[in-house]
Write a protein that binds this ligand. Structure first.
Ligand code: NAD
Length: 484
């Protein structure tokens, strides 16, 4: 087993540095033991990182590089992650709690972003606009300059990869604020930047507390664009800071996403959607299938199947769970686990019934049994509040209209699903669902190529796909009055 270094520094302007705010202990959620210390940035460190990125941008080393060459460097970043997959996966599992095989999937997913956006660096083309014989006019897409990226703890590697790859491909210099619960694996982005030879200041990686370093970064006057994934209250704080400086932000703020399961749905296949939709990463997924809205005629059968899926998963330390299979790791922290437990308790007080799980497991660490709650009605708090844990709520419907109405009844609108063999019904539902992405007959259908982002309080802007590239560039129009 790889030994984890006892102390990890921040990376600013091409150098590894201590933090002005001292250090934070990083804990293994499966054991509660401290695994390492991470340097904590203060507002001055944030300023140095932003200055370094701004200098990289103004110097032109990144933005004036031929895009196909910049794209090659971006792709090489992904290859670097794959080359170091085993050691990154080990650290990711120890700091975040997920099974080792899930960590491998996360790093492969991260590498895919660099491959995908690296490939597209040379495709961000402008157009020529006809203005008659006396003019020549064209548009160009320029990078914003300094892209600030504030990262959550649930997928620290993949979330950084998602924004960093697209931002670098389009020529932005980046400041990453890694999550204080899971900061260690973000060090590999700095190492990758060094290894592939990106210009100094193009990638800066700092960890710091949200209200201190995060706030200093979001409100820094020389930041030109902000990407944030996390909770709604923090998203509002960041959008407010961005508004003060009149810079754009992309917000990805979670959800309470619903699968509508019709009478004719294939429930054998749907068991797989339950397994992945709510128990992958212990349910700590913004686009988790946290609600199932099933036709009343099949509610009992579906509840039994969901409970059986939940009971089939062995729960324990992710580091022992090396092979793809029916198992789940720890949640990220005991406070997140206890928050989920209190939401389950309130749901049962309000009339919900536990069909499976519902308790912490009988071992140290932040473990929660995979949980299925039946008899949930839309008025019960858990039907509209994000748990961010392995907790599935089952609701029922009588008519298609009622199913859509329940699905659309939360403030969120990230993703949604429809399960039926009737294509007309699925298409009508897809058009009526208030969500940025709709899955038909497979939860998580899609990939790095398909645009992802929310309606409503799930946020705005799109990540993934071609759409994401346009978040990282601004359009310039150039018109020439021809002489003669
Ligand atoms: P959070 O929103 O507080 O933190 C996310 C990131 O924002 C971290 O890097 C944090 O340091 C930073 N941050 C916090 N306050 C900040 C501020 N004032 N200014 C700038 N940056 C700031 O989320 P959390 O406390 O880690 O988790 C709380 C809840 O958020 C979870 O229960 C879950 O519902 C939600 N969440 C959602 C996602 C998602 O993918 N949508 C990811 C993580 C958490």
């Amino acid at each position: 087993m790889t030994k984890i270094a006892p102390y990890w520094q921040n990376y600013i302007d091409g150098a590894w540095v201590d933090g002005g705010a001292g250090r934070i202990a990083v804990t293994d959620p499966a054991t509660g033991q401290m695994i390492a210390e991470q340097a904590l940035a203060d507002a001055r460190d944030v300023d140095l990182a932003v200055q370094a990125a701004q200098a990289c941008h103004s110097g032109g080393a990144l933005r004036h590089m031929r895009p196909i060459e910049r794209g090659r460097l971006v792709q090489a970043m992904g290859q670097y992650l794959l080359k170091h997959k085993d050691e990154i996966a080990h650290v990711l599992t120890i700091e975040q709690g997920k099974p080792l095989w899930e960590s491998h999937i996360e790093i492969e997913g991260a590498a895919l972003y660099f491959e995908y956006y690296g490939n597209q660096a040379s495709t961000v083309e402008g157009r020529s606009i006809p203005l008659g014989g006396g003019y020549f006019d064209w548009t160009e897409h320029e990078p914003f300059g300094v892209s600030a990226q504030i990262i959550p703890w649930n997928y620290p590697v993949e979330m950084t990869a998602r924004s960093l790859s697209a931002a670098l491909a389009t020529g932005n210099a980046c400041v990453i604020k890694s999550p204080e619960l899971t900061p260690l694996t973000n060090a590999w982005f700095a190492r990758a930047a060094i290894a592939v030879g990106l210009p100094k200041g193009a990638v800066n990686v700092i960890c710091g507390l949200g209200h201190e370093a995060g706030n200093a970064l979001a409100s820094h006057p020389q930041v030109n664009q902000i990407v944030f994934t996390g909770s709604v209250p923090t998203g509002i704080a960041i959008a407010t800071a961005a508004a003060q400086n009149v810079v754009p932000s992309i917000l990805e703020l979670g959800g309470k996403s619903a699968a509508i399961v019709h009478q004719d749905a294939d429930l054998d296949a749907f068991e797989n959607d339950i397994r992945w939709g709510i128990f992958f990463n212990a349910g700590q997924v913004c686009s988790a299938m946290s609600r199932v809205i099933v036709h009343e005629s099949r509610a009992d059968e579906l509840t039994e199947r969901a409970a059986a899926v939940a009971r089939s998963l062995s729960v324990g330390p992710g580091i022992d769970r090396t092979e793809f299979g029916p198992n789940m790791g720890a949640m990220v922290s005991t406070s997140q686990r206890d928050r989920a437990l209190s939401m389950i308790a309130r749901a049962t007080d309000q009339g919900g019934q536990i069909a499976a799980g519902g308790h912490q497991t009988n071992q140290p660490g932040a473990f929660l049994e995979p949980t299925v709650l039946a008899n949930i009605t839309p008025d019960i708090e858990i039907a509209s509040q994000e748990v961010f844990g392995p907790v599935l709520s089952i609701l029922t419907f009588k008519s298609d209209a009622e199913a859509i109405q329940i699905a659309n009844s939360t403030d969120y609108g990230l993703v949604a699903g429809v399960f039926t063999n009737d294509l007309d019904r699925a298409t009508r539902a897809a058009r009526s669902l208030r969500a940025g992405q709709v899955f038909v007959n497979e939860w998580y259908a899609g990939g790095v190529e398909t645009p992802f982002g929310g309606f409503g309080k799930s946020g705005y802007g799109r990540e993934k796909g071609r759409e994401a590239l346009w978040n990282y560039v601004q359009t310039k129009n150039i018109a020439i009055k021809l002489g003669g």
